[in-house]
Design a protein around this ligand. Structure first.
Ligand code: SF4
Length: 923
């Protein structure tokens, strides 16, 4: 409700007054032209409510108020501090009505973070210019008020300059009607000539459940193809296939509260401290409360998570199955099996016997390159635990044998009865915010609504009945890697890509780019105009993004949360579900009947009905229940007062026999082993402060400070063996592509292994990014690609010229600079936070540089390059920009973690850096 503050004439022209609006102190200024402006009254530097006493005026063509305390200037339209770009004050909508000054209070909206599968609740505060600030939602059970670095910077990633604002057809602005008519016409034309399987939809685990539902129905129910798959295929499909093979359903059995009840946590293939930071903080809290809680980490790298473990098994990449089989061998040998659970609740154990006999700890030690004692100790810790909880992620999933890696770990739980009890069970950590919601609606090539199976005729018939159509096509659709291969071969001629960036995120990215170039028709539905995939679009459709959408998402623990809009989408951007519905109605006359939805709640209600009687039954849920009672776990059938915290407590599993199944998991090496030509084993993974292909996080300077630029990380011995120095430029080559980047030695790495963060793409470096190197080999069951393992070689790169341009960052400059990345042998683009946010473009050439190109860049950046090599200081604490060298110096002088927090403030805001601080303080 707008607040009438005072008559305009009560304010002296050119001066301000303070008022209370919605309980907040607001400084209101009347300018000489009779306009009014309102901002927060608090000066963030002095913490005093004084801005109403500041002087208003022009500074470098910006309308500002100067604080009367330390004299910082704040833009009255945006709230940005002119002297320190990281500081902002709130801006309020203010106007004059009938001679009175009227101010709109800020709106607070409870929603959900759009990044990882922890699914944290966020309270967004919005004003007329967009989301102004975010904080963790104390009422949300996933995070209890905490946010990690990424979540805490959500409001900094909403720059409209980075957004797609209007529909375009081949680069020309069009109306929505024109763009959608064109797309519908092209889809109809291609289907008429080649059949419905000549088109495909490639969607995203970042879509909301309602968006996903509509796309799935559009492909399978209206267009008539099962060619609908998602980037969740790159993320969780091995976990899904593992659950289904072992337990009978795609249903993570555990909850976050099991962390508090476990006395052993085994983390496999996950740097949880970086990939799921808020969950990791819960683990830290649990350890602090229960000193007996043991942490075992299985990871080739000595990550921050691994270094905090009681036992770290730094196994050879890809050998997890050998390790799990050997642990099972020890559990049997040492009497840790639970015979009663095994007899009553499992089957197929006999199929495992030959594997168990073969995989002695000695044999596994050879294959995994681990000490025998570590394998035995890990098994004893697991077997001796009252409640053993396994947390696992892409280290198991992104593998050509990912399904069996999951099953081999689940075998440990079944043999010891560590499932269905508080603190016990296998618990996959979902990568994306709504990978689970996508599976719930069946939004993948092999699934149907509510965990139904496309290959099951009865399931197809049920879905056809629910949708009111004759049949659902029975031919399996193409999964992600298969889909882009089919596009490359010309079998799929048109593809609709929504909310994902396959030109960067798919393995063998050069081949994917080639396929997209060759496709007859490509629609890209996207929020951010610089996503690499936009370059291949015939039709670009501007989509709403976080803070602008209504719907639901499901996190790792089966918890459904509401996502709420705080602001309107910019320009002509539309919500994803609405774009799909608008297209469906144009595509065919049946579209109107099949897609009668007027809002996302109607879609949720239809989806809910498809779950009736299924394992994920949510017939007791509604938007009203979620709004009243907050996020809820499934199943939540009609009549239930709450969702189910833990599955399988009764020992009954959703298999035909009701028993969980042991799977005979044979060890298979990665698809591409190192050899003489490509001797280094490359693995990929996440950075702490970036998300996926950086379309959103790549807009926030703060999120670059922890890892500012692409680099390949190797063991010190490998650096020396190749005669390289730290931060030298190297060329990294696999059978599929080649990239030039900096090399850095780290004692995190095993000799012979290398690591590159998965996020770097063609917007921040020369070439197609990390995935130019990765392998498109897929798991036979889950069809998930092996993004974690590739063989590469590393060679020195001799630069004849090296230099860097820098200027104040804008989305326009970032876009223009990005166009130069492919014109140099080495290029890296980064943002640096300081008094001003700087865009920095570092370049190198093997030969003489193109002087014309340098002159054009000098014009673009407004100054000549600084020549020579450059290195960034890495900030451990992104919130307060505290560099690693500062922390090391303080620790050398005797600082403890508490002292570091007190003196340097590091780790006192979002807390994502606390695990690293703890490690540095203990060094
Ligand atoms: Fe978002 Fe961080 Fe929470 Fe993940 S852990 S949901 S990225 S705030």
């Amino acid at each position: 409700m707008a607040v009438r503050v005072c008559p305009l004439e009560d304010i002296v022209p050119g001066a301000g007054v303070a008022a209370l609006v919605g309980g907040e102190q607001v400084a209101i200024f009347r300018l000489d032209d009779e306009s009014v402006h309102a901002v927060g009254n608090r000066d963030p530097f002095s913490n005093a409510n004084v801005l109403s006493r500041g002087i208003v005026g022009d500074l470098k063509s910006e309308l500002v108020v100067a604080s009367p305390v330390y004299k910082q200037h704040f833009n009255l339209l945006t709230g940005r501090c002119i002297e320190d770009a990281s500081a902002r004050i709130p801006v309020y909508a203010a106007r004059v009505e009938e001679g009175w000054v009227v101010v709109e209070p800020r709106r607070q909206v409870a929603t959900t973070c759009c990044y990882c599968g922890v699914g944290c609740g966020v309270v967004a505060t919005a004003h007329k210019h967009g989301v102004f600030s975010v904080k963790g939602d104390p009422a949300h059970p996933a995070n209890h008020g905490r946010l990690c670095t990424k979540g805490a910077a959500l409001h900094l990633s909403t720059d409209k300059g980075a957004r797609l604002l209007y529909p375009e057809v081949r680069g020309e602005r069009k109306t929505w009607d024109e763009a959608l008519e064109h797309a519908a016409g092209e889809f109809r034309r291609i289907i008429a000539a080649h059949g419905p399987d000549a088109v495909a939809f490639y969607i995203s685990g970042q879509l909301l459940t309602e968006d996903y539902y509509v796309f799935n129905k559009l492909a399978k129910g209206l267009v008539g193809t099962n060619n609908v798959d998602t980037n969740s295929r790159l993320c969780m499909s091995s976990a899904v296939a593992g659950y289904k093979q072992s337990l009978g359903a795609d249903a993570p059995p555990c909850s976050y509260e099991d962390i508090d009840a476990a006395d052993l946590i085994l983390i496999a293939g996950s740097n949880t401290a970086f990939a799921h930071p808020i969950l990791y903080r819960r683990i830290e809290d649990a350890r602090a409360k229960s000193p007996g809680l043991k942490l075992v980490v299985i990871d080739p790298r000595a990550t921050v998570t691994a270094r905090a473990a009681d036992l770290h098994l730094a196994l050879k990449p890809g050998t997890d199955i050998a390790l799990f089989n050997a642990m099972l061998h020890v559990l049997r040998r040492e009497g840790f099996f639970a015979p009663s659970f095994l007899d009553k609740h499992t089957e197929n154990f006999e199929e495992l016997q030959p594997l168990l006999d073969f995989w002695t700890p000695e044999k596994a030690a050879e294959v995994c390159e681990l000490p025998v004692e570590s394998i035995v100790e890990a098994a004893r810790l697991f077997g001796g635990a009252k409640a053993a909880l396994s947390l696992y992620c892409q280290g198991l999933n992104q593998s050509a044998s990912g399904t069996w890696k999951n099953c081999a770990l689940i075998n440990l739980h079944l043999a010891t009865g560590q499932i269905g009890r508080p603190g016990a069970g296998p618990f996959s950590l979902t990568g994306q915010p709504n990978a689970m919601g996508g599976r719930e609606v069946g939004g993948m090539a092999n699934l149907l609504s509510a965990h139904r199976d496309l290959s099951n005729p009865a399931d197809r018939a049920e879905v056809a009945k629910l949708w009111g159509i004759k049949t659902v096509p029975d031919k399996p659709g193409k999964t992600a890697v298969e889909m882009f291969e089919a596009i490359g071969r010309g079998e799929i001629k048109a593809v609709w890509i929504a909310c994902t960036n396959p030109a960067q995120s798919m393995p063998d990215a050069n081949a994917v780019r080639k396929a997209l170039s060759a496709a007859e028709f490509v629609v890209v539905q996207e929020a951010f105009r610089d996503a690499e995939t936009c370059d291949y679009a015939d039709v670009l459709l501007p989509a709403a993004s976080w803070g602008e959408k209504e719907g639901t998402v499901t996190n790792s623990e089966r918890r459904i949360s509401r996502v709420r809009a705080a602001v309107q989408p910019p320009g002509e951007a539309r919500t994803d579900w609405r774009i799909a519905v608008d297209f469906a109605r144009r595509f065919s006359a049946a579209g109107e009947k099949l897609f009668p939805f007027r809002n996302p709640e109607q879609i949720f209600d239809e989806h809910r009905e498809t779950t009736r009687g299924r394992d994920l039954d949510i017939t007791g849920l509604s938007y009203a229940v979620l709004d009243r009672d907050g996020p809820q776990q499934w199943p939540y059938p009609e009549g239930a007062g709450s969702g189910r915290v833990r599955l399988y407590a009764d020992g009954v599993f959703p298999t035909p026999s009701g028993r969980a199944r042991f799977v005979a998991t044979e060890y298979m090496p990665p698809a591409e082993e190192p050899d003489g030509q490509f001797p280094i084993r490359l693995t990929t993974g996440r950075l702490r402060d970036q998300w996926h292909s950086m379309t959103r996080t790549g807009l926030v300077a703060r999120l670059f400070s922890h890892s500012p630029e692409p680099e390949i990380i190797v063991a010190e011995s490998d650096l020396q063996k190749n005669g390289l120095s730290n931060l030298a430029l190297v060329r990294v080559t696999s059978r599929r592509g080649s990239l030039v980047m900096k090399i850095r030695a780290s004692d995190d790495m095993r000799p012979g292994d290398a690591f590159i963060a998965m996020h770097w793409g063609g917007r921040f470096m020369g070439g197609a990014g990390t995935n130019a190197l990765t392998v498109p080999a897929i798991d036979p069951y889950s069809k998930q690609p092996e993004l974690k393992h590739a063989a590469v070689r590393i060679e020195p790169f001799a630069a004849r010229w090296r230099g860097a341009f820098a200027a104040i960052a804008t989305p326009e400059l970032q876009r223009a600079a990005g166009a130069w990345l492919t014109r140099f042998d080495y290029a890296a683009l980064t943002l640096a936070e300081g008094p001003e946010i700087l865009l920095r473009l570092e370049l190198a050439t093997a030969g003489d540089p193109d002087s014309k190109a340098l002159a054009e860049l000098e014009k673009l950046f407004g100054q000549p390059p600084v020549t020579g090599a450059a290195a960034f200081e890495r900030a451990v604490c992104a919130c307060f920009k505290v560099d690693e060298s500062q922390i090391r110096a303080a620790v050398a002088a005797g600082a403890t973690l508490a002292r570091l927090q007190k003196d340097l403030k590091c780790g006192t805001n979002c807390g994502s850096c606390v695990p690293e601080l703890r490690r540095l303080a203990a060094a």
